[in-house]
Design a protein around this ligand. Structure first.
Ligand SMILES: *Cc1c(COP(=O)(O)O)cnc(C)c1O
Length: 427
């Protein structure tokens, strides 16, 4: 079934480390080798062996309209014909920025970059520059891209200051990152007691990088309170949840407002786009208006802007999309849950708009440590068997699943049926 993919993977491994350009693609946590993709169409992915899969990954989030959406495809081709990049301003950037700014009360200006990593990295620099402080608070299990100061893990003992989680990151570059448990108010308060130099909290208000684990309202309210009290800024990293959890992302379904928002994934509809946004007061510190430096040769790339603009306008024009996507997400995971109950398999499920998560464990995880208690073996088995049956899920328990507009109840019901076949065999 995977003959050509296995061969392609061997060839790739000769010239690309681990055969992939982003580690999670390598299927290390579920075993086997990744299918090499030939094309996508609507809800489906097609691999080089001719297998067809319902795609619940959607390029890890961006493709809310599925593959080859007609409107997005058309505008990308038309824009590409006018030139791929100019390194000079275009109206497309203003239009996309305007669409975003008009959606939020707390945002006046946007700066575009080319990835989520760049967006969060720049947002943190902005927060530090504006507050003139150095320390940042990050939560275990939240992912904000791979920049140095964010690759941290819990240090030894009681220390809240993180140590590097990757070789190549000097401890000097993570010593300003305080690491705290997600949804743990006590620890968060302790961070502010330990340091009077906190520039910002950065958080995924709906965490999607340890499976789907939403922050509690109380926790987010405490983040807001402590930031206000200590003159720090609150950054909502909405690279995944933005235009996914609702039209206004997590910000659209939560009471708490952030000072800086970061975007990626859906904002580019499959093209490399990231962005960070804030009030005009905060953004005025950014070069060339202010002194905080930030730049990018391909930032605001016209083809990418055109894709994002078309996608966002489609979403805005049809806000019912999110209800529909959430209904489908619920149908899927509630279907899984029913099957799991039938076979006495502990399973926890959750959704936020078009995002869904499921964990093989007894209790709903509220932080990274609790996610670690899940049955990873079961997840790996589930993943392998789903893949064999033509359902493409993210290859790790630490990821979130996505519904796109092209997935119908038919695909979902077939997937639940497959789950029944699979879980029946679990012991
Ligand atoms: C994916 C992701 C990022 C990193 O974005 P890249 O485009 O992969 O650099 C940052 N934050 C969150 C919440 C993400 O999900």
């Amino acid at each position: 079934m995977f003959k050509k993919s296995i061969k392609a993977y061997e060839k790739a491994c000769q010239v690309i480390p681990g055969g992939v350009d982003s580690p999670v693609r390598a299927f290390k946590s579920v075993g086997g080798t990744p299918p090499f993709i030939k094309k996508g169409k609507g809800a489906y992915l097609y691999d080089v062996d001719g297998n067809k899969y319902v795609d619940f990954v959607q390029s890890w989030g961006p493709l809310i309209f599925g593959h080859c959406d007609k409107d997005i495809e058309k505008v990308v081709i038309e824009t590409a014909k006018m030139g791929l990049s100019f390194g000079a301003p275009t109206n497309l950037e203003t239009k996309l920025a305007r669409e975003i700014v008009d959606m939020y009360d707390n945002i006046d200006k946007v700066r575009f970059v080319s990835s989520g990593t760049e967006a969060t990295m720049s947002a943190i620099r902005l927060a530090r520059g504006v507050t003139n402080k150095n320390d940042i608070i990050k939560f275990e299990g939240c992912y904000h891209g791979h920049s140095d100061s964010l690759l941290v893990q819990a240090g030894s003992g009681m220390a809240t200051f993180g140590s590097p989680s990757s070789p190549g990151v000097p401890a000097d570059l993570t010593k300003h990152t305080l690491l705290c448990e997600y949804n743990n108010i006590e620890q968060l308060e302790k961070c502010f007691e330990e340091s009077s130099d906190i520039a910002c909290i950065i958080i995924e208000p709906i965490a999607g990088n340890m499976g789907l684990v939403p922050a509690t309202n109380e926790f987010l309210a405490t983040c807001r309170e402590l930031c206000d009290k200590h003159g720090a800024l609150l950054i909502f990293d909405e690279v995944m949840s933005g235009f996914r959890a609702s039209l206004k992302g997590a910000s659209g379904i939560l009471d708490v407002k952030a000072d800086i928002l970061t975007f990626g994934k859906v904002i580019g509809a499959g093209m490399p786009v990231g962005a960070f946004a804030a009030s005009k007061e905060i953004m005025s510190h950014l070069s060339p208006e202010g002194k905080i430096y930030q730049a990018g040769t391909l930032s605001g790339n016209p083809v990418a802007m055109a894709a994002g603009l078309t996608s966002l306008r489609k979403l805005k024009a049809n806000p019912k999309i999110y209800e529909d996507l959430e209904k489908k997400a619920k149908r899927l995971v509630n279907g899984f849950k029913k099957v799991a109950d039938r076979y006495n398999i502990p399973l926890q499920v959750n959704t936020r708009g078009s995002m869904f998560g499921f964990f093989f464990c007894e209790n709903e995880p509220t932080n990274f440590k609790e996610v670690g208690l899940c049955n990873f073996e079961r997840f790996a088995k589930f993943h392998q068997e789903m893949l064999r049956r033509g359902f493409y899920f993210a290859c790790s328990q630490y990821e979130t699943g996505f519904i796109c507009t092209k997935i119908t109840n038919k695909e979902i019901d077939l997937c639940i049926q497959a789950a029944d076949e699979i879980m029946k065999e679990f012991v």
